[in-house]
Design a protein around this ligand. Structure first.
Ligand SMILES: NC(=O)c1ccc[n+]([C@@H]2O[C@H](COP(=O)([O-])OP(=O)(O)OC[C@H]3O[C@@H](n4cnc5c(N)ncnc54)[C@H](OP(=O)(O)O)[C@@H]3O)[C@@H](O)[C@H]2O)c1
Length: 237
């Protein structure tokens, strides 16, 4: 295992949820972290640590990704948690919503690879985010499933193309990040209760569960092209 001492990690995503837990875990492991999303002011407010700097990026816009790479210069590891939700049944799904999901979770990471890999050391790595829906079809999650399946294919392909730079994906199950707030309190509570009853781990996941897996993926130098399921066994039942 390597460590993250004296390493720089770019974490794309919001200042809360999985991106925040990952940022704090990478800091605790010794890294300097650059956090980036479309809302740089919110990101800057979210942290009070000279080892964490906030940058603006829209990973669906190649010029924005290229400009970020030029501003930062060298990074050792890149983690993309960015997502645009595309929930809905097939009769109601709008193509632009599906495309936003694919652009954010699939095209965005490809652009990150295009502009950052050449600036990274041979022992650097990428972590992309897919999700349990890729394995477990659920009504209303068609576009999310398609997106997450594509993320895993991109991670596996990049792990061969960018080698020896490593590329892995993390596939969370149901994680309490605020991602389900839009369901409303009652539906969210029912969902969590269902998960506690059905999932082998008998609980809903936390952002820290996922951040631990990210640090593992960044530091285990023999891990590449792998999809890590951090889902409490949700996809098994
Ligand atoms: N939570 C779960 O249960 C769960 C389950 C399965 C998979 N996942 C995956 O795990 C990852 C993290 O989930 P989360 O719930 O912590 O976060 P999230 O709510 O999915 O947050 C993603 C953040 O990505 C940023 N973003 C969106 N589009 C962007 C763009 N074009 N460029 C740059 N940043 C962009 C947004 O921040 P700004 O508005 O500041 O740009 C957004 O708040 C996601 O990929 C998600 O799909 C989560």
């Amino acid at each position: 295992m390597s460590t993250l001492q004296n390493r720089t990690v770019l974490v794309v995503g919001r200042g809360s949820g999985i991106a925040r837990a990952t940022t704090l875990a990478a800091r605790a492991a010794g890294a300097t972290v650059v956090v980036a999303s479309r809302d740089v002011a919110a990101l800057a407010d979210a942290y009070d640590d000279p080892g964490i700097t906030a940058e603006s990026v829209d990973i669906t816009d190649e010029s924005s990704v290229e400009a970020l790479a030029e501003r930062i210069g060298h990074v050792d590891h890149v983690v993309s948690t960015a997502s645009a939700r595309a929930r809905g049944t097939v009769d109601a799904l709008k193509p632009d919503v599906v495309m936003a999901s694919l652009n954010t979770k699939v095209v965005g990471p490809i652009l990150l690879a295009k502009h950052f890999a050449k600036r990274m050391p041979k022992d650097g790595s990428f972590v992309l985010f897919s999700g349990a829906t890729a394995d477990k079809p659920t009504v209303g999650m068609l576009a999310v499933a398609a997106t997450n399946g594509a993320v895993d294919a991109v991670a596996r392909s990049l792990s061969v193309e960018l080698a020896p730079i490593r590329v892995n994906s993390i596939s969370p199950g149901t994680i309490d990040t605020g991602a389900y707030d839009a369901l409303g309190d009652q539906k969210k509570a029912e969902l969590y209760e269902r998960r506690r009853a059905e999932v082998p781990a008998h609980r809903v996941g936390t952002s820290d569960d996922v951040a631990d897996a990210v640090v593992f993926a960044l530091t285990n130098t023999f891990l590449t092209g792998v999809r890590l399921h951090v889902d409490g066994g949700e996809t098994l039942v």
